[in-house]
Ligand binder design. Structure first.
Ligand code: XMP
Length: 514
């Protein structure tokens, strides 16, 4: 396994994903990781991430002595390379020109070495992604230059004898050609890690771990039908069968037939114990007359917790609460200044439980990235559509019906959205889009159908592409497809006579309309 020390780069998680793609387990830790923890982790190799500081800044993050004492191969990326450069007696200096973006590197003849095998041939050029102000100016003793660019004569360095490597560019980002090959060379060849990190290996290991941990105790899980909680349900069912009880709260704000599909997949097909709570009336009752988006969110969240607590309280001898926490939830919080990981996902499906229940947390996906969660889900036999579903917000259609939520609106919206999704699947666009959905606008506009005039509601179609949901661009949907979808919605749903397509990116818009 590989240890990644985080020096604050925006790309640290990408490094971890590239390492995992070579089927090798890795963890990200803060650069100040305690010596004891470093030794206990016992990695076969270490990667030092980039960071925004300069190694000469007052208070700049330092190399971790315990890590250097391990005697295992080290790869420093960007800031990580500069730390190595300075540590071994070289010098680091600010560049005249900050380098940001694509650059051509040339591998130095005769010096390609183990890291660059298959990445770039000696003398040949390759595109890499640069993002730095400083660079190593004078090589430390024992190192050779292995690659250079126009602006950075020392774009990579190596000491093959001590297995110390530095690259000024970012092999972990997609813009670096063959970047995955460089990571593979480091992890598999230089560090000698074996490719043991696979979905079936993970499942086998986790099933045993959960069995040992839980013993004969009972476990409760809030099942939402989303990817993470679904995969947890399937995994725990395999591990502990009947000892698992899932609580699925139907809040009346789900998509068309969603509740039935969840019951079919889990209860009928897999034999998972699921308590379905039909709480539509209770949610809609509390939402009546409320149109402020934040108030709606709060009501939906609180009502969910109340109901979940009531149901969980009925399950005797429950000792564990399972959650779909995944690795990005854990590292994001670990990266904060306090260094304290917040363990509870501030997620709609479990908001908090009464103190006196004293449930212990069980988080079987805590070490996985989303793409790994999906692979595990498929391996466990979950339907492809469920595993690759777009994210769906906790408040559901509650924030997609603008203003006051009414059952009539939810029913119209569900049907329109189902048509939209059908057509996206059928045309192959669903998988290219990060998130798509329909929004209900509670205004009426005039239309004409046949010989008659109509006066009905409007829906908006939304589709965006995004990597992290922090920024997003609207999806360039083919016009003929839009036209086909609009026709179907208007013809098939009595009550909607106008369809619009949202062409707002984020920023300035948000993805949802509320
Ligand atoms: P926005 O609208 O903020 O959405 O651009 C970004 C992502 O977050 C989802 N989202 C939510 N998810 N509870 C959730 O669980 C919420 O209240 C909520 N609001 C937005 C949204 O669907 C998108 O993926």
């Amino acid at each position: 396994k590989i240890l990644i020390l985080d020096y604050g780069s925006q790309y640290t998680q990408l490094i971890a994903r590239r390492v995992r793609e070579t089927q090798v387990y890795c963890e990200i830790h803060g650069h100040e990781m305690a010596a004891e923890a470093v030794r206990a982790f016992n990695p076969q190799g270490v990667i030092l991430s980039g960071g925004h500081q300069s190694v000469y800044d007052v208070g700049a993050a330092e190399l971790n002595d315990a890590v250097m004492a391990l005697g295992v191969p080290v790869l420093g990326i960007c800031y990580g390379m500069q730390l190595l450069g300075r540590h071994f007696g070289g010098t680091v200096a600010p560049s005249d020109k900050r380098e940001y973006g694509r650059a051509e590197i040339q591998a130095c003849a005769g010096q390609v070495g183990a890291l660059f095998e298959g990445f770039v041939e000696a003398g040949a050029k390759s595109t890499v992604w640069m993002s730095h102000g400083d660079h190593v100016e004078m090589l430390p003793k024992g190192f050779v230059t292995t690659a250079s660019t126009l602006n950075a004569p020392l774009a990579a360095m190596a000491n093959e004898a001590t297995h110390m490597y530095g690259v000024q560019f970012h092999p972990e980002v997609n813009h670096t050609d063959n970047g995955e090959r460089l990571i593979h060379n480091f992890v598999r060849t230089i560090c000698g890690c074996h490719g043991l990190w696979t979905s079936d290996g993970f499942i086998e290991y986790e099933v045993e771990r959960v069995r040992a941990l839980v013993g004969d105790d009972k476990v409760i899980l809030g099942l939402s039908g989303g990817v993470d909680s679904s995969v947890v349900a399937a995994l725990l069912h395999r591990a502990i069968g009947e000892q698992l009880t899932c609580v699925f709260v139907d809040n009346g704000l789900l998509r068309l037939n969603e509740g039935d599909q969840v019951m079919e997949t889990f209860a009928q097909n897999m034999g998972v114990k699921v308590i379905r709570v039909d709480a539509e009336a209770r949610f809609l009752g509390k939402l009546a007359g409320v149109s402020d988006p934040e108030k709606k969110r709060k009501i939906i969240g609180h009502t969910f917790i109340e109901i979940f607590d009531e149901e969980a309280g009925k399950i005797e001898n429950a000792k564990w609460l399972a959650q779909g926490t995944i690795y990005p939830d854990v590292v994001e919080s670990a990266g904060t200044k306090t260094g304290k990981a917040t363990n509870i996902k501030s997620h709609h499906n479990v908001g908090g439980l009464p103190e006196d229940m004293q449930l212990k947390l069980l988080e079987p996906l805590r070490e996985l990235f989303k793409d790994e969660v999906r692979k595990v889900g498929l391996e466990l036999g979950l339907p492809h559509r469920m595993v690759f579903r777009h994210p769906f917000p906790g408040p559901g259609l509650g924030v997609r019906i603008l203003g006051e939520v009414k059952k009539e609106y939810a029913d119209l919206l569900r049907r329109a959205d189902a048509i939209y999704m059908d057509e996206l699947y059928a045309s192959g666009h669903y998988e290219r889009i990060s998130q798509a959905f329909t929004v209900f606008l509670p205004v009426k506009s005039v239309g004409v159908m046949g010989d008659g005039r109509t006066y009905d509601y409007v829906v908006a179609l939304r589709a965006v592409e995004t990597k992290d949901f922090m920024t997003a661009t609207w999806y360039p949907m083919p016009h003929d497809l839009l036209s086909h979808i609009a026709n179907r919605i208007i013809n098939e749903i009595d009550g909607i006579n106008r369809v619009t397509y949202d062409i707002t990116s984020k920023p300035p818009g948000t993805i949802e309309w509320e």
